[in-house]
Design a protein around this ligand. Sequence first.
Ligand code: AR6
Length: 180
Amino acid sequence: MTARITLVQGDITRQRADALVNAANSSLLGGGGVDGAIHRRGGPDILAECRALRASHHGKGLPTGQAVATTAGRLDADHVIHTVGPVWSATEDRSALLASCYRESLRVAADLGARTVAFPAISTGAYGWPLADAAHIAVRAVREALTAAPGPALAPDEVRFVLFDEAAYEVFEEALAATG
Ligand code: AR6
C-alpha cells in the first residue's frame, strides 16, 4: 500500500502518531518553537535521552540533515525523531539538507517500525526558510522517500504534515497539489 500523505492544522505535540519529528538544533538540548513544545509537553525523559545520545554518539552535536530517535516521554507517541534543519540562506542553496531531514527521519522511522509519522514544517520558524519553498522541498522529499522504500513492510501507512497555522496549512495544500 502506498503511504498516504495527510495535512492537519495544529500543534504537533497534540498529535497521536507512532513517531513525531522534532525540528531540533545540533545541540539536541532543546530550544524554542516545536523543540520547546516537545520538551515541555513530553517531559524530562526526552532531554535525558538526548543528552545520552549527544554524549555517546554525537559529542559534537547532530549534523544538519541527520536524524536520531528518543522516547516520546509523555507525548501520545512511541518515539520522537529529532532532526536538524538548515538555517535558510539567501546566498547558498541548502535545499538538499532540508530534503535530507525528511528522508533521514523516514529512514529512522522505518528502522523503528513506525507506521504513522508526523512532521512539522522544518526550518520554517527560527531558521527562516520561506514557507512555500520549504513546503515544496518537504513534499517532494517525502514522496521520493516513499517511492524509494524497499517494500510495503518498511513504508509507513501515513506521513502527516502538522502545520501550526492556517496560512502554513494552505501553502502545504498547494505544494501537495502541485507535486501530486
Ligand atoms: N506544532 C506544530 N508546528 C509548530 C509548533 C507546534 N507546537 N510550534 C511552532 N511550529 P521552529 P526551525 C511551526 O522554529 O525553523 C528551535 O529553537 C512554526 O510556525 O520550531 O526548524 C530549535 O531548537 C514553523 O512553521 O523550527 C532550533 O534551534 C515550524 O513549526 C530552531 O528552533 C518550524 O519552526 C529550529 O528552527
